[in-house]
Design a protein around this ligand. Structure first.
Ligand code: EPZ
Length: 429
């Protein structure tokens, strides 16, 4: 199993290209189930989760081809993937597939909308919390689906097809919003989704659906209005840049010091994180091509934040911010309000000398003047990358085990960082 070894202490300087967003690419790929025509997606990041979803979609009958050459020979430009679900050959998403990647549960809405039936395994628990799917099911029932649970599977039927309805989510959910939005595009009549999530990835999916012929109003707002159509067509769409990867590199440079330009970064997709880092004393300025981040020899100010749905501070950057605050000048407080168990990085950061105490959903971080390298274990995607950030500043060598978590969501991270001067390498057993 691969490991990542980092020798800390180098400032970062140079440029990093931001890849396409994992959390947009996954649902965008799933929208291909809604049409028999070809959906072409550009800038698809080469990640484990993306490759796993290709297998899952293939099981439903999607033909996938990937362009052989990358434009301009640029290795971070992403793949161009053509997805054609001419015939859906299987409306079942089995446990073995859904359990490896929760986003695959989102095939439920499109399969139900197009084939009027679907059988999808419940995703089960996961390392960061229980993550129920009640909002997905309630939303689809509001569109007329009949839903039963049997042997760990959701059995959904909509004889004669889904019909538009009023969906009011009691809690903001990215996945439920995407699932119901996709389903509503082919339902008969009008659907109103209230208290929808407004993460930029949802806007990206909605914009792609519009290119495919869907009628959606209110994109980017908390109320979405969808007029169902009889069929969707093919389209060409470019995946938006990854705001979580962007935020991760902002924090890496904030931790090590130095100056890096993040090419392709979209500042408007991560204003909360930029505000927090600016408060912490990090210099962030927009450029023609993205964002420049710098920290000179100034100390880091501690921060107090809580994670919130967009446009608040994202839970997917909580672990990275915590890694940064381990070396701040004073006490920081981070409250996690989205997932109840998203603190697995705390004990690993402690192995590097961080001083963090947990009280329920709140972490209190007393900044220390130095971290020391040590072997650590990656536990989930964002927790793993927080260990990379800590390893970049720690004195001596940090070895990160189980890096397959990192490969789920960060494209060529060791290459991108080493191009900026980090001493980081992948070691295979
Ligand atoms: C998406 O997960 C992302 N995944 C997550 O990114 C991200 O952390 C999360 O949104 C929040 O931003 C993808 O985009 C593939 P939710 P999702 O439904 O949709 C509760 C990463 O690291 N809830 O918005 O599963 C839920 O338990 C991943 O890239 C219900 O109660 O998250 C949580 O407390 C991890 N019932 C809250 O809502 C439901 O039916 C928000 O979850 C659904 C969710």
């Amino acid at each position: 199993m691969d490991k990542i070894e980092i020798t800390g202490g180098q400032k970062l300087s140079g440029q990093i290209e931001i890849s396409g967003a994992k959390n947009a690419a996954l649902p965008l790929m799933i929208t291909s189930l809604l049409t028999p025509e070809t959906l072409t997606l550009k800038n698809v990041p080469n990640l484990r989760d993306v490759n796993q979803l290709k297998i899952i979609l293939g099981n439903h009958g999607t033909d996938l081809t990937v362009d052989g050459k990358r434009a301009n020979g640029n290795k971070y430009i992403g793949d161009t993937v053509h997805l054609t679900a001419r015939d859906i050959v299987d409306t079942t998403a089995p446990y073995e597939m859904v359990s490896t990647m929760r986003a695959s549960f989102w095939v439920l809405g499109p399969l139900l909308a197009r084939c009027h039936e679907a059988k999808v395994s419940l995703p089960g628990g996961c390392a960061i919390g229980t993550r129920p799917v009640d909002l997905h099911l309630q939303g689809l029932e509001d569109l007329g689906a009949q839903i039963d649970l049997e042997d760990g599977y959701v059995l959904a039927k909509a004889p004669g097809g889904l019909r538009g309805g009023r969906v009011r989510f009691s809690k903001v959910s990215v996945g439920a919003t995407i699932n119901v939005l996709m389903a509503a595009t082919l339902a008969k009549g009008e659907t109103i989704i209230e208290n929808a999530a407004i993460e930029p990835e949802i806007g990206d999916v909605a914009n792609c659906l519009v290119k495919m012929g869907a009628k959606i109003e209110g994109i980017g707002r908390k109320t979405l209005q969808i007029q169902g159509v009889d069929a969707l067509e093919g389209a060409v769409h470019t995946v938006l840049p990854d705001r979580i990867e962007t935020g991760t590199f902002l924090m890496a440079v904030a931790a090590t010091g130095g100056e890096v330009e993040l090419i392709g970064a979209l500042p408007e997709t991560l204003t909360a994180a930029i505000d927090v880092l600016t408060t912490a004393g990090v210099e962030i300025t927009p450029t023609d091509r993205g964002l420049k981040v710098a920290r000179r020899n100034t100390p880091l100010n501690p921060i107090h934040i809580e994670t919130q749905p967009h446009p608040g501070f994202p839970t997917d950057l909580q672990a990275q911010l915590m890694a940064l605050m381990t070396i701040a000048d004073g006490r920081s407080v981070i409250r996690e309000t989205i997932f109840e168990n998203r603190f697995m990085h705390v004990q690993e950061l402690a192995r590097l000398g961080a001083n963090i105490s947990l009280n329920g959903d709140t972490a209190i971080i007393e900044g220390v003047s130095i971290l020391n390298g040590a072997p650590v274990m990656a536990t989930d995607l964002r927790a793993s990358v927080s260990l990379v950030i800590a390893g970049l500043v720690a004195d001596g060598k940090t070895q990160i085990n189980r890096v397959y978590h990192l490969d789920r969501g960060f494209e060529k991270i060791e290459e991108k960082l080493s191009n900026c001067g980090a001493q980081i390498e992948r070691v295979s057993d």
